[in-house]
Design a protein around this ligand. Structure first.
Ligand SMILES: [Zn+2]
Length: 296
């Protein structure tokens, strides 16, 4: 009954680790900068994060990583923002710590966290869209995490549209239209070079019509992505998370839902609803912990 796991959310700038119980409740947690000098220093940073929290109750460790994963072998196949190349991650960590290790993409981990312990409670089939500097995704159906890529940020919503962000060479993907980076670009077009996504949301909150319409425009693009994924997975709930997604939710969500209901198939549109993520930056850590419990 007293068993705990350690959930670790590895991000491009910080490592967030916590002691998690079976209900997804975090007993205590700590945040440290992500060492990005090399793969070795990064693995040492993960080591420190785990050892600082480990006690005799810990029975497994779960990692959410911003990487492509081969689930059959627990191997990382490459990462975009951190120095983790091809690596037998699960077996390496099991050897380091002498405990069972779970591994998944950070977006998937966050989706599971929200489904079990956050905004997804009570839903049957949930999509999660995480709008921060990038756009992540995740799918949970009947309590089971979909272990595919679920890279919602890279679904095409406009043929030959805007170039994607970062290292992605695609065009017209959802990501360049719906992230905080996209909101900053639009804010600067409207309000000058000093504006950013935070100011755009603040202006909307204060009643600025232009800012509200700009966020509604982002919301409609998001709605197109929600509808497309809904038509694949048949979801009844789309949870909107991430720093920008949560901050701008009030202005993004009505336009997103209207577009999503228009573009989703009838049977999905009838039951589809949106919700704001509830776990904030803790979603990935909690989900990684819940995955760790699945190994014991
Ligand atoms: Zn892309």
């Amino acid at each position: 009954m007293d068993e705990r796991v350690i959930g670790v959310d590895l991000g491009g700038t910080k490592i967030l680790a916590g002691l998690v119980d079976r209900n997804g409740v975090v007993e205590r947690h700590r945040e440290t900068p992500t060492p990005t000098a090399s793969q070795a220093t990064l693995l040492d940073g993960l080591d420190d994060a785990v050892q600082a929290l480990r006690d005799e109750r810990v029975v497994a460790i779960g990692f959410g990583v911003p990487s492509q994963i081969d689930h059959s072998t627990g191997t990382i196949r490459g990462s975009v923002n951190i120095p983790l190349g091809t690596l037998s991650f699960r077996s390496t960590m099991e050897e380091r710590f002498g405990l069972p290790v779970a591994l998944d993409n950070d977006g998937n981990a966050a989706a599971l966290g929200e489904y079990i312990a956050g905004a997804g409670r009570g839903s049957r089939s949930m999509l999660m869209f995480t709008l921060g500097t990038g756009c992540g995704g995740g799918v949970v159906q009947d309590g089971v995490l979909y272990r595919g890529w679920a890279e919602f940020g890279h679904v095409v919503i406009e043929f030959d549209g805007l170039p994607c962000q970062g290292f992605c060479h695609g065009r017209g993907h959802l990501e360049p239209y719906v992230t905080g980076v996209a909101a900053t670009r639009i804010a600067q077009e409207l309000f000058g070079p000093a504006a950013d996504s935070h100011r755009l949301v603040r202006l909307a909150n204060e009643g600025d019509g232009e800012a509200r319409e700009a966020l509604a425009g982002i919301g409609r693009r998001l709605g197109a992505g929600v509808a497309s994924m809904c038509n694949v997975f048949g979801a009844d709930l789309a949870v909107i998370g991430g720093g920008f997604g949560v901050a701008g939710y009030e202005w993004l969500a009505p336009a997103a839902l209207e577009t999503a209901k228009r573009d989703a198939l009838d049977s999905a549109a009838e039951t589809l609803r949106l919700a704001r993520a509830e776990l904030g930056t803790m979603a990935g850590l909690i989900g990684a912990g819940l995955l760790a419990f699945e190994t014991v």
